[in-house]
Design a protein around this ligand. Structure first.
Ligand code: DOR
Ligand code: ZN
Length: 427
């Protein structure tokens, strides 16, 4: 008997690093075949994508702050993941610096319940510095992707014990590598990050998977790439803002553009941009970090700003303008997914059918006042975007179409991961 699949989506799609006319067959939430359009299997539903549109994998953002819990005035899982959808992101990994902090099984459970209730896209979690390292076993069984350590954590006495345990258990450790001893004296300087990476490399063994997030300096990137060569199991990511903005913007925007690590000189910005052009980072991230406008103003601005709604459109605009090669898309999809064995991020048989349809015959401006995020400001305000995420499919279901949300809060699930070990640094 001829097989009938749930859905076929056909059109120009990004498959194996190229744009091709294909038919993507979806059954039971997953991609089951990729064929020439003429060879597509029979399907209950067929969607043809035409005109100036391209089908891409859903983007994967491995560094976001959905807030909620004690900080739902800044963002919550609904507004945060709605922002993700608008920006073509179908899986996020959420950071643990919540109020209360995610430092125990109980805290993690509470956060999981909140996400399950409200999330629109799929998600995974990092755990913060654990209150009781005996709980590591349990959190691994809850499928956390790794431990996230902040600058203050680098001061803790038992850090070495934690790191060797992570090494034994094969649990990745993600570092915000800025030296806490000098952060307060040198808020906008380079030394905290330079000293931070040295401290991290001094502390870790060769076996543990170390991931350095938001690298913003050429010196730090070079140090990491050298460490890779020396056999460290080390990977890193860069943010969309360190790629595209430099610190001149502080004169105009002040605290609104303040972020940790800070925006850097034009030399560093263009260095990071060129790293991306060459495909060297293991991921691009937003570090979506919403705060209220009041918190961004005044003497002591909170670091960070929202990014999920515009990161992919900004990146794809760079590609359309010929400034970055097409396969830079991988840094915001396939590569981060591979880094943590997530069954998404590329149009590939066996992966979840997370697809986005992107129109590229539009021209619009970044208008933060229209963000669905609670944080309605952006250092990218007024930037031109030459594309728009028109449709979003998550696990085969159309969740968003032409500005309209088609699913309810709670559609998102904890992301599916492949059970295998990767040699991370080569991912
Ligand atoms: O800019 C930042 N914002 N950097 C961080 O490390 C924390 C984040 C936040 O949670 O607001
Ligand atoms: Zn962050």
């Amino acid at each position: 008997m001829e097989q009938v699949v749930d859905k076929v989506i056909a059109g120009k799609a990004y498959v194996d690093g190229r744009i091709e006319e294909v038919a993507i067959a979806i059954d039971d939430e997953r991609i089951v075949a990729i064929t020439k359009p003429s060879k597509a299997p029979r399907a209950t539903e067929v969607e043809i994508v035409k005109g100036k549109r391209v089908i891409l994998p859903g983007m994967v953002d491995i560094h976001v702050h959905m807030r909620d819990l004690g900080q739902s005035y800044k963002e919550d899982w609904y507004t945060g993941t709605f922002s993700a959808i608008k920006g073509g992101v179908t899986l996020v990994i959420d950071m643990p610096n919540n109020v209360p902090p995610i430092d125990s099984v109980d805290a993690l459970r509470r956060k999981m319940e909140t996400a399950r209730e409200k999330a629109l896209v799929d998600y995974l979690f990092y755990m913060g510095y654990p209150k009781d390292i005996k709980e590591l076993d349990k959190v691994i069984r809850m499928d956390i992707v790794g431990i996230k350590l902040y600058p203050e954590d680098l001061k803790k006495d038992e850090l070495k014990t934690l790191l060797s345990l992570c090494s034994k258990m094969g649990l990745p450790v993600v570092f915000h590598a800025e030296d806490p001893e000098i952060l307060h004296i040198d808020r906008l300087g380079e030394m905290p990050e330079i000293r931070g990476i040295e401290k991290v490399l001094d502390m870790v063994d060769y076996k543990v998977h170390v991931h350095i997030t938001h690298v913003s300096l050429s010196k730090v990137a070079e140090r990491i790439i050298r460490a890779r060569g020396l056999g460290y199991n080390i990977t890193f990511d860069v943010t969309i803002h360190h790629m595209l903005l430099n610190n001149n913007i502080y004169d105009k925007l002040g605290g609104l553009a303040y972020v940790r690590p800070p925006l850097r000189s034009e030399e560093n910005r263009s260095y990071i941009f060129n790293l991306v052009k060459g495909g060297l980072p293991n991921a691009i991230i937003t570090d979506h970090a919403p705060h209220t406008l009041d918190e961004k103003k005044g003497e002591n601005p909170s670091p960070g700003f929202p990014g999920l709604e515009i990161a992919f459109p900004l990146l794809f605009t760079q590609i359309l303008d010929g400034k970055l090669p097409l396969n830079v898309i991988d840094l915001y999809s396939a590569k981060p997914a591979t880094l943590f064995n997530i069954a998404k991020g590329s149009i590939m048989v066996g992966n979840d059918a997370d697809l986005i349809v992107v129109r590229y015959d539009v021209e619009r401006r970044v208008k933060p006042e229209d963000f669905v995020s609670k944080a309605k400001y952006s250092p990218f305000k007024g930037w031109t975007l030459r594309c728009e995420v028109e449709k979003v499919f998550i696990r085969g279901n159309l969740v968003y179409d032409t500005q309209t949300l088609l699913v309810r809060r709670g559609y998102g699930r904890q992301g599916r991961r492949f059970k295998c070990r990767t040699l991370w640094a080569q991912a």
